[in-house]
Design a protein around this ligand. Structure first.
Ligand code: GCV
Length: 723
C-alpha cells in the first residue's frame, strides 16, 4: 500500500471516530437502558421546545446528580447542550422543585401532599409568563425519580408537551440482594462481584456510580452487598469502613445500605459462648454492634438474615422460634430506625417433610410475634425459584406480620446468562395470583404492597444478576430482568408487557417494528423454558450438585429435599407429587379454601400446576385431551420449537440492532436451542425408561441414549455449557 493510501485511510478512521461512525454500530451493553441516543430528527424540535434550559435552585448531592443526569440525557438525545440556570429565562424551562424550597409548587398548587418521600409530579404549566415543566417532589429523591421518569418519556418516544404525571412507589423497601461472596466470587452468572472490597474504602470504582444511577432509574432504594450465607468479617471495623464508603456513593441516589449477617455473630465475632437470642449478653452484643454500624453509616438501612437453612445456624439450635431469633436483631435496630429482613427459607433435610410445606408450617403459627420493624422475606414460590411454582401460601396467611417477597433476578435455575427468559412475565403471574386472603382480589401484589392487611412496612427483594461483565448481567436480555424487577418493586401491579416495551425501546430503539416482535418474544420466552425444562407442574428436575442442566433421574442418598426423583415421583404407573388434602401431603390445604379447592380438584386444576399437586397415571387425560405421557412429551418438544421461533424473530431484528449485541444474542439463542434439546431429549429418555411408553406419533426419539445423558451429567460437575 502506498504511503498516500495509508495516510488517507488513517484520516478516514480518525474522521469516522470523531463523528461516531463505527461506534454506533457496535455496543457492549454497558450503558444498559440509559443510552440516551439522539432522537429521530423529526421529533427533535418538539422536544427541544419543552427542554430549553434546566432551572436548579437547590444544591443537595441528590439534586446535583439529578442535574447531571438530565444534562447528560437531554443534551445527548436532543443534540444540543442543556444550559443550567438559577431562574427561568425562557419558555421550555425544566424546573426542579422540592417542597418547602421551591415557590413554584405552592404557586401552581401542585398535588404533592399524597406523594410521600419518594413520589413526584411532572407538570407542564405557565409560570412567571413562561411555559415550563416542573419536576416536583417532597424530597430531592422524589425529584430524582421524576427526572428519570421525564427522560424515559423521550427515550420511549412519547411527548413531553402537556405533561401531567404523578407517581409514587407502592412498596417501601425495594432491595437488591447481592449473593456475592468476599474475594469477588459471586453466585450470579455475570462474572465476578462488582464490589472491589480489597481496594475499598480508598478506591471507589466509578462502576458503583453507574450501578447507583441504573438502580435509581428504576426505583431501587436499598442494597445488601453480601451473601446471605454471610461472612462474619463484614461486621469488623475494617469492613464497616468499606461499607460506609460504598454507602457514600449510593446515598445521593436514594439508596440505603443493608447488610447480611449470621445469627452466630455474637460467637464468631464477639467471642461469646452462645448466640441464644434470649440470652441477655447476646441481646447486648447485638445492640452494641448495631449501634457501632450506625457510627459508620448514620442512615444504615438494616440487616438481612438467613437462619436454620442449608447449614446456616439459627434460633432452632437453642430451641427458640424464628420470631425469637428475629426480634433480638429487630430490637437492636429499632432505636436507629433500622429494618430487619428475616428470610422464611427455613427447611430441614428430613424426609418426613414435604419441603414445600416447611416455611408455612414454621411461620404461620408465629403471626403477630414479630416486631413491627421486621419483614419476613418469602420466596415467590414455596420451593426454590423453579421455572414455575404456585405462589407461596405464606402470602396472605399472616395478617399481623409484614411479608416481603424475594425473587431471583439472577437466573440460577433458568439458564444463567444464556437463556432468553424474561422474568417480568414470570413475576407478573405470581403477583397477579389471588390469595383470597380477604376475599377475591387479594392478589399477591396487594399483599406485598401492604394494602390487604394495611401493613405499615413493605419490602420486595431480588437476588441481583449484576457482575463485572461489561454488560453487567451476562447478556443484554438479562438486563431486562434487572429493569423489570425494579419497575415491579415500584409498582407490583404494573404490566410486565408494558415494562418490557419501555425496556426494549430504551435499550435498543423505540421503533414499533422492533419493539412489537421483541416484546412478544420476551413475553413468550418464559413458557418456552417451562416447556422444555419442567412442563405440567414438574419441578426441581435440575442436576443435584449444581442447578444447570437436567437430571430427572437424580437420586443422591440422604438428599430427598434436593433429589429430582423425589419431586417427579415417576414410576411405571404414573407421575407427579400428590400434595392434595385427601390423599397427599396436604400442602394444598395451606392455601385459602377458594385456592385449595382448585388445586385439590383434578377437574379444576390447570394443566400447568397438575404434577405439582397430583400423582396421576400415565393414561390420565389432561385438559388438552391427551394422556399425560403424550402431553408431557409434546410440551418438551414444543419448548424446543419455541426457542427456534425466538431465533427466527431475532434474526429479523438485525436491521435495528448494533452488530455486537445482535451477534451475542444470536449465539446465545443458538446455545439455548441446544440446551432445550438436551432438556427435552434427556427428560424424554428418562421418563420413557420409567414408564415403558412408546413415543407419541411425530416425536423423534432422543438424540442420545439415557446413559449418554447420565454420563454427561457426571462429567459436568459445575454449571458449564457442554456442547
Ligand atoms: C445462597 C438455593 C441456592 C443457594 C441459596 C439458597 C437460599 O438453594 O441454590 O445458593 O443460598 O437457595 O436461597 O438461601
Amino acid at each position: 500500500m502506498s504511503a498516500f493510501r495509508i495516510f488517507a485511510c488513517a484520516i478516514c478512521v480518525a474522521v469516522a471516530t470523531l463523528i461516531g461512525i463505527g461506534r454506533a454500530s457496535a455496543e457492549d451493553g454497558h450503558e444498559l437502558w440509559l443510552r440516551y441516543r439522539p432522537v429521530a430528527d423529526a421529533a427533535t424540535a418538539a422536544y427541544r421546545q419543552s427542554a430549553s434550559e434546566l432551572v436548579v435552585t437547590d444544591n443537595s448531592p441528590t439534586i446535583a446528580v439529578t442535574q447531571a443526569e438530565l444534562v447528560k440525557g437531554l443534551s445527548a438525545m436532543l443534540g444540543k447542550p442543556l444550559p443550567v440556570v438559577s431562574a427561568v429565562t425562557q419558555d421550555g424551562a425544566i424546573m426542579l422543585a422540592v417542597t418547602g424550597k421551591a415557590k413554584v409548587i405552592s404557586d401552581l398548587r401542585l398535588p404533592v401532599a399524597g406523594l410521600g418521600n419518594e413520589g413526584f409530579v411532572i407538570r407542564s404549566a405557565t409560570w412567571q409568563n413562561h411555559k415550563v415543566t416542573v419536576i416536583a417532589g417532597n424530597t430531592d429523591v422524589g425529584v430524582l425519580y421524576g427526572a428519570f421518569r421525564y427522560l424515559r418519556q423521550i427515550q420511549t418516544a412519547q411527548s413531553t408537551a402537556n405533561l401531567n404525571i404523578s407517581d409514587k412507589p407502592r412498596v417501601q423497601i425495594r432491595v437488591l440482594n447481592h449473593w456475592d461472596v468476599l474475594g469477588r466470587g459471586s453466585a450470579n452468572s455475570a462474572g465476578q462481584s462488582i464490589w472491589d472490597w480489597p481496594k475499598l474504602p480508598a478506591w471507589k470504582d466509578p462502576l458503583y456510580t453507574d450501578y447507583a444511577r441504573a438502580n435509581a432509574s428504576i426505583g431501587i432504594n436499598a442494597v445488601v452487598p453480601n451473601q446471605i450465607n454471610a461472612d462474619p468479617v463484614m461486621l469488623s471495623p475494617m469492613y464497616l469502613r468499606k461499607l460506609a464508603a460504598l454507602a457514600d456513593v449510593l446515598r445521593p441516589y436514594g439508596i440505603k445500605m443493608y447488610l447480611s449477617v449470621q445469627v452466630t455473630s455474637p460467637m464468631t465475632v464477639g467471642g461469646l459462648k452462645t448466640a441464644d437470642p434470649l440470652d441477655p449478653a447476646v441481646k447486648k452484643w447485638w445492640a452494641d454492634k448495631v449501634s457501632e454500624i450506625y457510627t459508620y453509616i448514620p442512615d444504615f438501612g438494616g440487616l438481612l438474615v438467613k437462619a436454620d437453612s442449608e447449614g446456616e445456624p439459627g434460633p432452632q439450635s437453642y430451641q427458640r422460634t424464628q420470631a425469637d431469633g428475629a426480634n433480638v436483631l429487630a430490637d437492636a435496630l429499632k432505636p436507629h430506625g433500622g429494618i430487619l429482613f428475616w428470610r422464611a427459607f427455613v427447611y430441614s433435610n428430613d424426609p418426613k417433610w414435604d419441603r414445600v410445606k416447611q416455611a408455612y408450617d414454621t411461620f404461620k403459627p408465629l403471626d403477630g410475634k414479630f416486631r413491627d420493624n421486621v419483614i419476613v422475606q418469602v420466596k415467590n414460590g414455596p420451593l426454590d425459584f423453579q421455572p414455575r411454582e404456585p405462589f407461596s401460601p405464606l402470602f396472605g396467611a399472616t395478617p399481623k406480620t409484614n411479608i416481603g417477597m424475594e425473587v431471583e433476578v439472577v437466573k440460577e435455575y433458568l439458564g444463567g446468562a444464556t437463556h432468553l427468559f424474561y422474568l417480568g412475565a414470570y413475576w407478573e403471574e405470581v403477583l397477579q395470583a389471588d390469595t383470597y386472603a380477604k376475599g377475591k382480589g387479594s392478589t399477591v401484589a396487594s399483599v406485598i404492597d401492604g394494602s390487604v392487611f394495611k401493613n405499615k412496612l413493605t419490602g420486595f427483594a431480588g437476588v441481583a444478576n449484576i457482575g463485572t461483565d461489561r454488560d453487567w448481567c451476562g447478556s443484554t436480555f438479562n438486563q431486562a430482568n434487572w429493569y423489570s424487577f425494579g419497575r415491579l418493586t415500584w409498582d407490583p401491579h404494573a404490566s410486565a408487557r408494558a415494562i418490557a416495551e419501555d425496556w426494549a425501546a430504551m435499550t435498543f430503539t423505540p421503533d414499533k417494528a422492533f419493539v412489537g416482535p421483541v416484546v412478544d418474544m420476551m413475553m413468550a420466552s418464559r413458557e418456552a423454558d417451562v416447556d422444555f425444562m419442567m412442563p405440567l407442574g414438574l419441578h426441581h428436575q435440575f442436576a443435584t450438585g449444581h442447578h444447570y442442566g437436567p437430571e430427572p433421574w437424580g437420586n443422591t442418598a440422604g438428599r430427598e429435599d434436593w433429589n429430582p426423583v423425589n419431586y417427579n415421583r415417576a414410576d411405571k404407573d404414573g407421575i407427579g407429587y400428590d400434595r392434595t388434602t385427601a390423599t397427599g401431603t396436604n400442602y394444598a390445604g395451606q392455601y385459602k379454601p377458594q385456592v385449595a379447592a382448585v388445586f385439590n380438584d383434578l377437574k379444576r386444576i390447570d394443566d400447568k400446576d397438575l404434577l405439582w399437586f397430583h400423582h396421576v397415571s400415565w393414561d390420565y387425560k389432561t385438559k388438552a385431551g391427551l394422556p399425560v405421557w403424550d402431553d408431557l412429551v409434546r410440551h418438551y418438544d414444543r419448548g424446543v420449537g419455541e426457542v427456534v421461533a425466538m431465533e427466527k424473530i431475532w434474526a429479523e431484528m438485525k436491521p435495528y440492532v448494533d452488530t455486537d449485541r445482535f451477534a451475542k444474542t444470536t449465539v446465545f439463542l443458538q446455545m439455548q436451542e441446544k440446551e432445550a434439546k438436551w432438556w427435552r431429549d434427556s427428560s424424554i429418555a428418562y421418563f420413557q425408561s420409567v414408564s415403558g411408553r412408546p413415543l407419541p406419533e411425530g416425536i423423534a426419539p432422543p438424540e442420545h441414549s439415557l446413559d449418554w445423558y447420565k454420563e454427561l451429567n457426571t462429567s459436568l460437575k459445575v454449571p458449564v455449557y457442554p456442547f
